[in-house]
Write a protein that binds this ligand. Structure first.
Ligand SMILES: Nc1nc2c(ncn2[C@@H]2O[C@H](COP(=O)(O)OP(=O)(O)O)[C@@H](O)[C@H]2O)c(=O)[nH]1
Ligand SMILES: [Mg+2]
Length: 225
């Protein structure tokens, strides 16, 4: 057990702010995890289910905010979850799409406190173009990736499980242990514990490391001299 007693209570997540560009994001310190996914994949529902709140995603759905990056603070200081803008809405202009893409790129390329990406896919429609784009980006940057195959309640247990196993195998071949894949259902609240454990790993890792370093220092272990 680590010395660090911090526990994240996801149900205490609170809206912090929306950002239209990188300079408007909260100060780039601490640790955050970003949720990405195609429009309608089930991202907002997943965030609601994770936090056991209905208000959070409503905030992200407020007109004008759907194309912004929305930040939610967690109870452990400096930890956040981030709702990235949905992708694939047909009704916006090409110009808007390009603006959005630059904005998202900017965030992904520059955000130092980003610890991992949760990529939300509809289990019935995995690996669309946007998903492949996010996966290549994670591969190029070494960013840890957790794939949430949601709406699992729409498939029978056997097919749902085999879809997960197949994608896990495929992605592990490319990304090794940088990637994890799970099934999820917001409707059935299935997979919440597994998601929380993955997020805890990312969000608390650094805090644990700091506690660990301190332990070693206090322990006065012999240095190499
Ligand atoms: N059956 C089922 N429907 C879901 C699930 N998650 C989301 N949905 C539905 O899928 C639609 C899109 O969900 P939403 O969370 O708004 O997707 P977003 O655009 O990715 O944020 C809505 O009608 C949801 O009710 C799920 O786990 N099971
Ligand atoms: Mg949404």
């Amino acid at each position: 057990m680590s010395m660090n007693e911090a526990t994240i209570h996801y149900n205490q997540a609170r809206f912090n702010k929306s950002a239209a560009k990188l300079q408007q994001c909260p100060t780039d310190v601490g640790a955050e995890v970003a949720f990405a996914g195609r429009s309608n994949a089930g991202k907002s529902s997943a965030i609601n289910t994770l936090t056991n709140q209905t208000k959070l995603a409503r905030i992200s759905k407020t007109p004008g905010r759907t194309q912004l990056i929305n930040f939610f603070d967690l109870n452990v200081e400096g930890t956040r979850i981030v709702d990235l803008p949905g992708y694939g809405f047909a009704k916006v202009s090409l110009e808007m799409k390009e603006h959005w893409q630059r904005h998202l790129d900017d965030y992904l390329q520059n955000r130092q406190c980003l610890r991992g990406v949760v990529l939300v896919m509809d289990i019935r429609h995995p690996m669309k173009e946007f998903d492949q784009m996010m996966i290549s980006w994670c591969q190029q940057t070494g960013m840890p990736l957790h794939v949430l195959m949601t709406k699992a309640d729409k498939l029978k247990k056997g097919p749902a499980q085999s879809t997960v196993l197949k994608l896990r195998k495929q992605l592990t071949e490319i990304l090794g242990d940088q990637v994890t894949v799970q099934k999820f259902s917001s409707l059935k609240k299935d997979g919440v514990d597994q998601l929380q454990l993955r997020l805890n790993d990312w969000l608390l890792a650094e805090l644990d490391d700091e506690a660990f370093d301190e332990d070693e220092f206090d322990g006065g272990e012999a240095g190499e001299d």
